[in-house]
Design a protein around this ligand. Structure first.
Ligand SMILES: Nc1ncnc2c1ncn2[C@@H]1O[C@H](COP(=O)(O)OP(=O)(O)OP(=O)(O)O)[C@@H](O)[C@H]1O
Ligand SMILES: [Mg+2]
Length: 165
């Protein structure tokens, strides 16, 4: 079974259960919960340039994506710097963006990032298993989202998640 070896990383399972959601409300709730759990409220800035965003999607996979991107943004960033998460939408798609200043990712390694257990060569002593983005990738595929990453080594990184509407 394709998901067998990743099963333990998905506490809520990997089945796809779409429901009608307001992505704006879902995101606000996930960010609030994350801030409490990670004690990161002073570093996270959530900005929505839209009102309610009706989507048919799976809340659990949205959570896997958002939590892993936020964890990375906090971990690979300059101490005390802001991590920005934003939501924008038009009729065709909704776009979630997570951006941080920090160590960045070497250009030549961007392609490999989503492979299980891959970690970039500049992580130094920062801890990790290299599984977060493999989960993001799997969840994104299940909900039909596309992930793009832009990064400048030593400067910062932005991940964009585009969901069809
Ligand atoms: N915001 C970011 N800034 C810089 N590098 C990043 C960022 N997000 C991911 N990376 C790079 O991508 C690699 C893979 O990320 P991933 O989340 O899969 O693993 P991880 O954070 O090392 O471990 P974990 O399994 O705990 O998430 C990281 O090791 C790091 O090299
Ligand atoms: Mg990670």
């Amino acid at each position: 079974m394709a998901f067998g070896k990743f099963g333990k990383y998905y506490p809520g399972g990997i089945d796809f259960l779409p429901e009608n959601l307001d992505l704006h409300a879902v995101l606000r709730q996930e960010v609030d919960e994350f801030c409490l759990a990670a004690g990161a409220g002073d570093r996270l800035v959530f900005r929505a340039v839209t009102g309610a965003v009706a989507v048919r999607s799976d809340r659990k996979h949205l959570k896997y994506i958002v939590v892993n991107l936020l964890q990375n943004a906090l971990k690979y960033s300059s101490p005390g710097s802001e991590v920005r998460i934003s939501l924008a939408a038009d009729e065709g798609q909704a776009v979630i963006s997570v951006a941080n200043q920090g160590i960045g990712i070497p250009q030549a390694e961007l392609e490999e990032l989503f492979s299980p257990f891959y970690r970039a060569s500049n992580v130094g002593d920062l801890p990790g298993t290299g599984m977060g983005l493999a989960i993001v990738n799997k969840s994104a595929r299940l909900i039909g989202a596309e992930i793009e990453v832009e990064s400048v080594q030593g400067k910062g990184t932005r991940f964009q998640v585009s969901l069809p509407r």
